[in-house]
Write a protein of this length. Structure first.
Length: 273
C-alpha cells in the first residue's frame, strides 16, 4: 500500500496580511541560486514584508550582497558562526567593522555564539570569537543575534560576564523550554521561534511559545533548514514561516494574523527597520 502524501496548502492560503518579517534566513546560499527571486516573490505573496539575510562572515557579505541589490525589502546580518570561529581573527573583525560602517542595510551582528553539537571548532576558540564579536557589536552600535546549540548555560555565562543584560539581543532559532525562555526574557532579550515549534513531539517548545511575552517574540525560518509542518523534510523558504506562525498562534490561543503582525512589529523595532 502506498503511503498517502501529506496535504501541503499553499502559504498564501492562510491569507495573512503583509506585516510579517522573516528575521533569519540564509538566502544567499547555493540552495536558492536557481529560484531566489521566485522564493522572495512567493514569500511576499504569503505576507512577508521584510527579510533578514544572514551573511556568515565578511567574505560572504562582500561576495553575495549584490544578490539583493534590487530587493530593498531584504536587510542584512553579519557575523562569524561559532563553527567557523577559527576565522575570527583581527583581519576578519576589521573587515566586519568596515562593513558595518559602509553598509546601512547591516542591522545586526550575528549569528554569533557557541555550538557544542558539532566538533568543528574547540570550545575555547568559540568563546574567544564570541567575546570578540560581542565587543565589536558594542563598538558599531548594533543588536546581537545569538546562535546557541547544546550550549545554553555556557552562552548565558558569556553574555552575563560581558554585561549584556538589557542590550538589544535576539536568541535565534530558540529550541529550548519555558524555563530557558524565561531566563532569556529576564535579561531583557528577545526570542525567535523556528519551524520545529510545529513538530508534534516538540511540546516543550510550544510551552515556551505559550509563556513568552508577546512583545519579545519573533519568527524565522532559518531557511533552507528546519521547514515547519506541513513542509517538513522539504527545503525551507520564507513563505513557509506562515505555518510556524500558525503553530505558535494555536499554542497561544491567538488569532494567527494578530500573532503574525505582532511578531513582525517586534522585528521591525528590534532591527530598526
Amino acid at each position: 500500500m502506498s503511503k498517502k502524501k501529506p496535504e501541503r496548502p499553499a502559504p498564501e492560503s492562510l491569507g495573512l496580511p503583509s506585516t510579517g518579517v522573516e528575521s533569519h534566513a540564509h538566502l544567499d546560499g547555493s540552495e536558492f541560486d536557481a529560484d531566489r527571486e521566485a522564493v522572495l516573490d512567493r514569500a511576499r505573496a504569503a505576507g512577508v514584508a521584510q527579510f533578514g539575510n544572514v551573511f556568515l562572515g565578511p567574505e560572504k557579505w562582500r561576495a553575495n550582497r549584490h544578490l539583493f541589490a534590487q530587493r530593498p525589502e531584504v536587510f542584512f546580518l553579519l557575523g562569524i558562526h561559532p563553527c567557523e570561529a577559527q576565522a575570527c581573527d583581527d583581519a576578519a573583525l576589521a573587515a566586519m567593522r568596515g562593513a558595518f560602517a559602509q553598509d546601512d542595510r547591516l542591522r545586526a551582528v550575528g549569528e554569533i555564539g557557541l555550538d557544542f553539537y558539532w566538533d568543528e571548532c574547540p570550545p575555547d576558540i568559540q568563546r574567544a570569537a564570541f567575546r570578540a564579536q560581542l565587543a565589536m557589536a558594542r563598538e558599531v552600535g548594533r543588536p546581537v543575534v545569538i546562535h546557541s546549540r547544546d550550549a545554553f548555560d555556557d552562552t548565558m555565562q558569556v553574555l552575563e560576564e560581558e554585561g549584556f543584560s538589557d542590550y538589544p539581543l535576539l536568541w535565534h532559532c530558540f529550541g529550548g523550554d519555558a524555563a530557558q525562555a524565561a531566563r532569556i526574557v529576564a535579561h531583557g532579550w528577545h526570542v525567535s521561534l523556528p519551524g520545529p515549534v510545529s513538530y508534534p513531539a516538540n511540546e516543550p517548545l510550544r510551552e515556551a511559545a505559550r509563556t513568552l511575552p508577546l512583545d519579545r517574540l519573533l519568527l524565522e525560518t532559518d531557511c533552507p533548514y528546519l521547514s515547519p509542518v506541513p513542509y517538513r523534510g522539504k527545503r525551507n523558504e520564507p513563505a513557509y514561516m506562515v505555518f510556524t506562525a500558525q503553530a505558535v498562534a494555536q499554542a497561544r490561543g491567538m488569532d494567527v494574523a494578530e500573532l503574525w503582525t505582532a511578531a513582525g512589529g517586534n522585528a521591525r523595532r528590534f532591527f530598526g527597520l
